[in-house]
Design a protein. Sequence first.
Length: 92
Amino acid sequence: MRIKNISPYGELDVPLLGGVVEAGEILEVDPEHAEALLAQAENWEPADAAARAVAEELNTDPEPAAAEAVPDPGAPAARDAAPSHTEGSEGL
């Protein structure tokens, strides 16, 4: 499949590909490399139908569920919260 370097910085040194890719250059890559590079949408765009399919799949993948489970370090823990009292519950 084919992808194009659209980086705003011009040429890119891409160790994954073993060299420098010129600004605007279109190159043939295998599906695994295409997936890794197209995930960097600010630097790469698909240049054929196969690469467009990979890019669309990347754009439709949901965010990892693990990211939702990470607690906010700035939020108080439930055990640290002050006990709440409702009116008329004293002495029960």
